[in-house]
Structure formats: structure tokens, C-alpha cells
Design a protein around this ligand. Structure first.
Ligand SMILES: [Zn+2]
Length: 673
């Protein structure tokens, strides 16, 4: 009934971490559930600028500025809503819809058209593979293989598993559907025959069980094929294509997303079966890296959902250095959200920071990423383990070891740790890994634990750690290209139906909400006020006398308020149609919802309408002040507990003015009502 909410805004909030984004501009440090720093909008020496990751908002209790990521970008970079939306969409890799005007949508670029065809091609291939598995006689072996691995029909349908017969059947089918040889090659589905072997194409996947690989939004972008005969390699994946980047794709993420968010944990496994079988048995927060190594790109997608990662890897492979390398990279990808904090300095830390940016200390340990490693029975893959012993699998996940303990064991399994040689070798292997942990505090702790485990003098190990770190510094300095902190957005992150349907995004998305039923009361009230103004522009002066931009807590309603103010504040107000034609398309859904809220109310006119408008505005203002007070009270309690007297004083001043404002509002609305 209610129109879908403007997708791009919600998607951007899901993809960008407000602490990370603001932290790149304002040095922040953790303070209870919030992050705190010096306000960039007014000069101050005591931090009263807070960022709240849970609600996706920020607030300065010194100058009263506040809002969400959009407002921050607008204010900090001096942009209007539209330009902030474009800027953030680009950062998040979200595609904005072109304005739908009378001339129709803007013509698509050749690249967009090509990508669309490639998607359609993958989709057609997935359907074809699937129907082969279900129907073809030669797929009998594939079907019985799945049966023997305990994969039921429900899973075959959920994952749309398929079968690729021998020969060139798929190529011929797709060419018949109007795709070109070049497109088939580009999609990695078929190859041209060598000239001496005759004309035509042959299929890339032959006599294989097919696992369609989908992006986070559930669109098929590639395939994995498992050999069913004795051919090599055992597993074959689609090569790199414009849609598929192996190092950025997590198999199963589209189906696991909600479970990961709900359970606040992701389990990373190695193979397709290790995702499919646990999923069938109820463990739904499982994803697999394609090609085994965990990369930063993988972690970037995961860390929007959870910071708790459990690795369930084949125990033989887990000890290998490539895997350990990958895990270290993974941990650093989390660390990269590090909140920079200015070093201890006398006097004005802001001026100092500007003068000497290298004086900034990083406190990575404030990022609570938790990587654990599940100990699986030797010689057993997760899918086998789950089937044999579901309770044991659960236990292994719940009792997974902290990463560092696992690394100690994996790296020293072959050493005699009671001999001096064994101890020396253990240090030689482990200290370079520990040196890569960017947090000095955390690295120091690890070194202490290593010393304890090896029964060595803590000071000696710490000294060796310092040496290892120096060596690492020299190496990294001589490497000219370091990974940039801001990486280009992922390719496959355009908004899509599937992405919008995924529930549970609210906690992360902060003030964005999905539909009328999900809207918090303030937002309903915000929409109601705006709806009144849209239908009756003559009430704008009443509303405007009471409300400011900051009183709107949702990104959409606030932007709509600003747009209305611009349109109705002048002398010649445009008609509704002209107003809507000029409005940012991402806000049109909010307009519809706002008007729907008014339509539910009794029709008023004249003085009754004016009175209703100002009462609605007062209600909204009161709700907002109440919300801010609750936030403030929590911070005051925290400051009391930590005996932070300077912060406490600033917060109490703010509370005083808040209470005064509430009294004014209460009196004014009684006077009127
Ligand atoms: Zn401020």
C-alpha cells in the first residue's frame, strides 16, 4: 500500500560506517557506546562532539549542531542535499536513478547496456544449468552425487544448483538466444575453438556440477563447477569478468546476510558445500571465500554486518602460511576502521594536529573486531562434520579460539617448545606476524602471551618484537604503493529489489526506515507535518515559526523540509506539480507517504487547519527534545561514572538549555491549543 522508501539513501547508510566516515575528518575516540571528538563546527578545547554508531547520528552538545551522515557532509563540505547524496552515493558505490522527467530517463551508457546484457546472460545460463540438473539423463550422476553428500531438493532449489554437460550445448543454446560469441567469451561461459580444430565455440564448464555464484544482492555473476569425473581441476570458477571479481565475492552472502546481522557473527568456510550443507541444517550465517584467501574486499562487505568472524577452515589448510597471511590481512581490514586520536599534547590539540599530522596516534584496539578460529576434526570438512555431528559443529563454532591462540598453535605444531632452538624458531615465526598488528597495545599483549607460552623473559620478547617492527617498517617504506584507505566502491552494489527487501537493516541504517509501518513515531510526525504543508502551502509560516531543519531526524524528511522551505519561503510559491518536478527523485517516495498520512486525518480548513499545523509542529518539537534529552542523560551518567568533570559540565549546560526549550514549547502549545 505504501510506496517503497527511497532506496539509495537507505543503501548508502547501510554501506557507509558513520564512525569511519566522520572519523576520517574528525579525530574520534570511543566513549561508551559513542565516539567523541572536537567539534569541527565550532572552536572548542573539550570534546563535546559525539557520533552514535547505533543510530547513525552525530550531535555536538557545545553548539547544538547534529544530524546524520548526510547532514555532516552537507555542513562540513558546504554541499546541498542533492550534492551530498551524489557524493555519498559515489563513496558507497550506490547508483542513483536518473531523474524521470517527461523526456524519459537519461540514455544509458554503452557500458551500462553491456553490463545489463552480461547479467541477463548469466541469468539465462543459471536457468539452463539448473534445468539440466533437474531433467537431463546424463545429470543422473550429478544428482546422486548431491544425494550422497546429503543435499536435499530444497537446497538444490535455494542455491539453484546446476549441471553442465560435456560439449558445446550451453554455447549453442545462448547463441540461439541472440547473444554474441564475444559476449559468451566475456562472461567466461564459452571459448573459441583453435582455428585448426574447426570453427565454433566450446563450453567452459563441461561435465561439472554447477554452483551459481551470486552477489550480495542475489544476482548471478559467475559460476563454480565441480568436476564429476576424474578431470582436473577439481574446482573451476568463472574467470575474472566485468561482473565477477573473485577476491571480492563471498559465496552465500545474499542468503546469509540477515542471519549474520541477527546473530552478529559470520562463519567463513572454504567450499560451496561447506555453505550449502550447514545452511540446510540451520546454520545460516555461513559464507565462503572463492579461491580460499580472505581479502580486504571480503572484509569490507562483512564489517557492515558484524565484527565477529569465525573461521571454520580445513584444519590441514588452516595452518598453511597462505591462509595465515589471509587471516592477518582480514584482521587488518578491520583495524583499518581505526579511529585516529591526537597524541597527548599540551595546549590546543587541534592546532597541533594541523601543524603535525604525523603526530596522530592510532588506537586500533578500540575497534572491537573479534576473529576466532573453530577447531574442526582433522580430515573432515564442515559439511561432513555438520552431517555427522550437528551438536559438535555448534560447539566448535561457539567455543572457537581467539585468532592469536590459533596462530600460536598452528605455527609451532612442529616445534619442540621445551628446547632453546624450538623457542627461538617459534619467536622467529610469530614475531613478524605480531609486528603486523598495528595496535601497539594489542601487539604488546600478544608478545607477552608468547613469552608466557614459551617461558621466556617478557622483556626479551618485547625487544625482539620492536626489532621485528623496525624491519617491517623498513620493508613497507621501501614499497612505493600502499593500499589506499579509501578504495573504489564495489562494482556490484547497485540498489536492487533483493537488497531492499533484506530486513534488519534498521539498526544500522539509523534514521532511515523501510516503510510506514517501520517508521519510528518521530518520523511519522515529521511526515505528517510535511504532508500538511504539501497539501496546504498556506500553513508553512506557522510550521516554519516552530520548526528548524535540525528538528527532523530522518534524512528524507529533513531534506524535504529544506526543499519545501526553499520553495514556500519565497514570494511566489510554485504549484505542487512544479515543486515535485524539481525535487530530488530520491525524495518522491517520502512525499507520497507524507501526503498519505494527512489523507488519513479529518479534513480541516481555516483557523482549525492553522491550529492543527502548529500543534503538529509543537508535538514534533517536543518529541525531538525528549529524544535528545534521553541521549543526553545517558551521556551524563557515563561522564559521572568516568568522573569526566569537564564533559559533565558541558553536558549539564546543554541539558539546562534543553529543559528551558521544553518549557517554552509546552507553554506556547498550551496557549494555542
Ligand atoms: Zn559544535
Amino acid at each position: 500500500m505504501t510506496p517503497p522508501v527511497s532506496g539509495p539513501i537507505e543503501l548508502i547508510k547501510q554501506k557507509l560506517d558513520i564512525v569511519e566516515e566522520i572519523g576520517a575528518v574528525v579525530p574520534l575516540r570511543k566513549s561508551g557506546k559513542a565516539f567523541k571528538g572536537l567539534c569541527p563546527f565550532h572552536g572548542e578545547r573539550t570534546a563535546s562532539f559525539y557520533v552514535f554508531p547505533e543510530s547513525g547520528t552525530w550531535k555536538c552538545f557545545g553548539c547544538g549542531e547534529g544530524g546524520d551522515l548526510f547532514t555532516f557532509v552537507e555542513k562540513q563540505q558546504g554541499l546541498d542535499f542533492h550534492d551530498a547524496l551524489v557524493h555519498l552515493a559515489e563513496r558507497a558505490g550506490v547508483t542513483l536513478n536518473a531523474r524521470s522527467s517527461e523526456e524519459g530517463p537519461a540514455p544509458e551508457s554503452a557500458e551500462t547496456v553491456a553490463r545489463k546484457r552480461l547479467r541477463a546472460l548469466n541469468e539465462a545460463a543459471a536457468i539452463w544449468f539448473h534445468s539440466q540438473l533437474l531433467q537431463a539423463t546424463e545429470a543422473q550422476y550429478a544428482r546422486s552425487y548431491l544425494d550422497s553428500r546429503g543435499v536435499n531438493n530444497g537446497s538444490i532449489a535455494d542455491w539453484r544448483l546446476g549441471y553442465a554437460p560435456d560439449g558445446d550445448h550451453l554455447a549453442r543454446y545462448l547463441l540461439g538466444q541472440g547473444y554474441s560469441e564475444q559476449e559468451l567469451t566475456e562472461a567466461g561461459l564459452a571459448r573459441m575453438r583453435d582455428a585448426d580444430r574447426g570453427a565454433g565455440m566450446y563450453d567452459y564448464f563441461r561435465n561439472r556440477l554447477i554452483f551459481p555464484i551470486r552477489d550480495g544482492a542475489g544476482r548471478t555473476i559467475a559460476f563454480g563447477g565441480r568436476e564429476l569425473g576424474s578431470g582436473q581441476p577439481k574446482y573451476l570458477n568463472t574467470p575474472q569478468t566485468p561482473l565477477f571479481d573473485k577476491s571480492a565475492t563471498l559465496f552465500g552472502l545474499d542468503l546469509a546476510r540477515d542471519a549474520i546481522r541477527r546473530g552478529n557473527r559470520v562463519i567463513i568456510v572454504e567450499g560451496y558445500m561447506d555453505v550449502i550443507v550447514p545452511y540446510q541444517h540451520g546454520t545460516r550465517n555461513v559464507v565462503a571465500c572463492i579461491g580460499s584467501a580472505i581479502t580486504e574486499k571480503h572484509i569490507r562487505q562483512i564489517k557492515k554486518l558484524t565484527r565477529r568472524v569465525t573461521l571454520a577452515l580445513d584444519p590441514d589448510a588452516a595452518g598453511e602460511s597462505a591462509t595465515i597471511r589471509g587471516i592477518t590481512v582480514a584482521q587488518q581490514a578491520f583495524d583499518r576502521v581505526a579511529i585516529p586520536v591526537p597524541g597527548p599534547a599540551a595546549g590546543d590539540t587541534r592546532a597541533r594536529k594541523r601543524a603535525a599530522p604525523e603526530g596522530i596516534v592510532r588506537f586500533e584496539e578500540q575497534v572491537d573486531a573479534e576473529i576466532t578460529v573453530a577447531r574442526l576434526p582433522v580430515g573432515e570438512d564442515p559439511d561432513e562434520f555438520v552431517r555427522r555431528d550437528p551438536a559438535g559443529w555448534q560447539r566448535a563454532i561457539e567455543q572457537a579460539d581467539p585468532l592469536i591462540d590459533f596462530l600460536f598453535d598452528a605455527q609451532t605444531a612442529d616445534l619442540a617448545l621445551n628446547t632453546p632452538q624450538g623457542k627461538m624458531e617459534a619467536c622467529k615465526r610469530l614475531l613478524p606476524i605480531i609486528a603486523e598488528v598495528r595496535s601497539r597495545t594489542l601487539a604488546g599483549e600478544y608478545a607477552d602471551r608468547l613469552a608466557m607460552k614459551l617461558r621466556l623473559d617478557v622483556k626479551d620478547v618485547q625487544r625482539d618484537l620492536a626489532l621485528a617492527r623496525q624491519r617491517l617498517d623498513r620493508e613497507t617504506r621501501s614499497t612505493p604503493t600502499r593500499a589506499p584507505v579509501q578504495e573504489p566502491p564495489d562494482l556490484d552494489d547497485e540498489p536492487s529489489d533483493t537488497a531492499q527487501k533484506s530486513h534488519g537493516a534498521q539498526a544500522q541504517a539509523g534514521t532511515t526506515y523501510r516503510d510506514a509501518a517501520h517508521a519510528p513515531p518521530e518520523v511519522s510526525q515529521e511526515e505528517y507535518c510535511l504532508g500538511l504543508a504539501l497539501d496546504h502551502p498556506e500553513i508553512w509560516r506557522e510550521v516554519r515559526a516552530i520548526l528548524r531543519e535540525d528538528d527532523f531526524t530522518a534524512t528524507e524528511t529533513r531534506a524535504l523540509f529544506v526543499a519545501l522551505d526553499r520553495a514556500l519561503g519565497g514570494d511566489a510559491a510554485p504549484g505542487l506539480e512544479a515543486f515535485l518536478a524539481g525535487l530530488e527523485p530520491a525524495l518522491l517516495a517520502t512525499v507520497e507517504r507524507a501526503r498519505a498520512r494527512v489523507a488519513l486525518q479529518a479534513e480541516r480548513e481555516g483557523p482549525a487547519l492553522l491550529n492543527e499545523a502548529s500543534q503538529a509542529a509543537y508535538r514534533l518539537k517536543r518529541m525531538r527534545l525528549k529524544g535528545e534529552q534521553a541521549e543526553l542523560d545517558a551521556l551524563i551518567r557515563e561522564a559521572e561514572q568516568t568522573s569526566d568533570s569537564e564533559t559533565l559540565r558541558a553536558l549539564l549546560t546543554r541539558k539546562g538549555s534543553l529543559l528551558a526549550q521544553r518549557r517554552v514549547i509546552d507553554e506556547a502549545s498550551q496557549l494555542q491549543g
